[in-house]
Design a protein around this ligand. Structure first.
Ligand code: FAD
Length: 445
């Protein structure tokens, strides 16, 4: 082991949950270290949506104008393009307040903005290319061999690996570093290695889909913003990133290998059927299946988000599906609630009582359960049905569609179409969430 270092709070993962938590705690005068395994935030599998509640939070933190200066697109409605015509699902323009829209900003720009703001706080430190690989535990008194298992011992810090090239080539290459902390917060996302090191395992709720993630060139005459397309068993979202479309194409869970074996030409044909105006440019991208990444979709939740010296929030506590684009919002709101609840306990010395960690879970539990319930419903009632429709069209007789989105607009959408005032309900659920959190006074600028 190399040098031993110390901090008050070690945050594993610099995604939305980790960066907001780090910024807020640092503004509260708490010494905090965020460890992010990548060198930068530039990974194109990150979601791009910044919702009204997060925009309000950025205003409260004094970062509203810096955020507005970032290149972005704005959308004030959420809908899907069906064969029977466009279907409006949520109308954000009906929300009260200045931010009645979703801003589409590449997430790395938002995270860099947070890193810069946090960097001006003396108690903040961000270690990049720092991958947390394990946890430190309190040594049991007496017999070291019989310590009752990691789960029963207080977490006292993290073990991390410096992934920078210089470190990996240098004499210390591969050496683990130790960072001692009074509290470790797992913010390392849906496959959380830190949560696993703590001995916590989430309950998984089945999901019908995975996502293929790839880019297609965008032309100036294309529509702007975000598009959802449902066509004959195909389901695709397209996010406008200026000169290219970031596309998420829904496939049945576990079907990646079979679909790839059909060849890229067959996939391009499907895409051109779903969105005919893309046809002329698909030779350029995706050029091959090397350009198409498989994103493993999960929906799960920990029954217990904390242990002595340890807390999990965001996707590390409850992995969210992309449905509704609500995971970032929820992760940010977890972080704000956690900062507000933890700061008084962190202001003194010593460990944070577990009852305080439990309060964080208690506060964020029901919004999480509610939104995950909504995602489960959407998986069953929409995504699964669309995929079944596609399977039936592809000749899989075992999967007969009982609800065909391509033939007729589904009932809930017909209701929303007929009664536009109701569109505020999904807009509020997606844009603000059931329990929006606000920046505590001490974090505002
Ligand atoms: C295909 C797909 C599309 C999605 N699209 C959207 C969308 O448009 N809008 C939306 O709101 N939600 C979307 N979601 C959900 C959303 O991505 C998550 O809910 C959200 O990112 C959770 O934020 P987080 O900070 O908890 O975790 P993450 O965003 O996953 O961040 C985790 C961070 O930890 C780092 N990390 C991981 N392991 C370690 C380690 N061992 N040590 C150090 N650092 C580590 C990672 O590099 C990353 O920076 C999507 C999900 C999927 C699967």
């Amino acid at each position: 082991m190399a040098a031993i270092d110390r901090t008050r709070v070690a945050i594993a993962g610099g995604g939305p949950a980790g960066m907001f938590l780090g910024l807020l705690l640092a503004r509260g005068g708490v010494e905090v270290t965020v460890l992010e395994k990548h060198a930068d935030f530039l990974h194109d599998f990150r979601g791009d949506t910044v919702h009204p509640s997060t925009l309000t939070l950025l205003d409260e933190l004094g970062l509203g104008s810096a955020f507005e200066a970032l290149p972005q697109r704005r959308i004030d409605s959420v809908g899907a393009d069906l064969d029977s015509g466009p279907a409006q699902i949520g109308d954000l323009s009906r929300l009260r307040g200045p931010h009645n829209y979703i801003a589409l900003v590449p997430q790395w720009d938002l995270l860099e903005l947070l890193a810069e703001a946090a960097g001006s706080e003396p108690s903040f430190r961000l270690l990049r290319q720092a991958e947390v690989t394990g946890l430190l535990h309190e040594r049991p008194p007496g017999n070291v061999a019989d310590d009752g298992g990691a789960g029963s011992r207080r977490v006292t810090g993290v073990v991390w690996q410096d992934r920078s090239e210089a470190a990996e080539r240098g004499p210390d290459g591969g050496t683990a570093h130790e960072l001692e902390a009074d509290l470790v917060v797992a913010c390392d996302g849906r496959g959380s290695a830190v949560r696993a090191a703590a001995g916590l395992a989430p309950t998984a709720f089945g999901v019908p889909m995975d996502v293929w993630w790839f880019r297609v060139p965008r032309e100036p005459s294309d529509p702007e913003g975000a598009l959802g397309r449902i066509h004959r068993g195909q389901f695709m979202i397209m996010i406008d990133r200026g000169d290219y479309w970031q596309c998420g194409y829904v496939i049945r869970k576990g079907s990646d290998a079979v679909l790839r074996s059909e060849g890229i030409a067959s996939f391009r044909e499907r895409l051109a059927q779903a969105q005919p105006w893309l046809a002329g440019r698909l030779e350029e991208a995706p050029a091959s299946f090397d350009d198409v990444k498989l994103l493993d979709v999960r929906l799960d939740r920990l029954a217990r988000w904390h242990l002595p010296g340890f807390l999990a929030i965001g996707d590390a506590a409850h992995a969210m599906s992309p449905v509704g684009g609500v995971g970032i919002n929820l992760a940010v709101q977890d972080a704000v609630a956690a900062a507000r609840i933890l700061r008084p306990a962190l202001a003194g010395g010593g460990p944070v009582p577990e009852a305080v960690l439990q309060s964080v879970q208690r506060r964020r539990w029901w919004p999480t359960v509610l939104i995950q319930g909504f995602q489960q419903f959407a998986h069953r009632a929409v995504v699964g049905k669309v995929l079944d429709d596609g399977a039936a069209r592809d000749g899989d007789a075992a999967r007969k569609p009982d609800w065909t989105v391509s033939g007729q607009t589904p009932l809930p959408l017909r209701v929303l179409d007929a009664l536009p005032a109701l569109r505020v309900v999904p807009a509020r659920l997606v844009g603000i969430g059931p329990l929006p959190e606000h920046a505590p006074r001490w974090a505002r600028r």
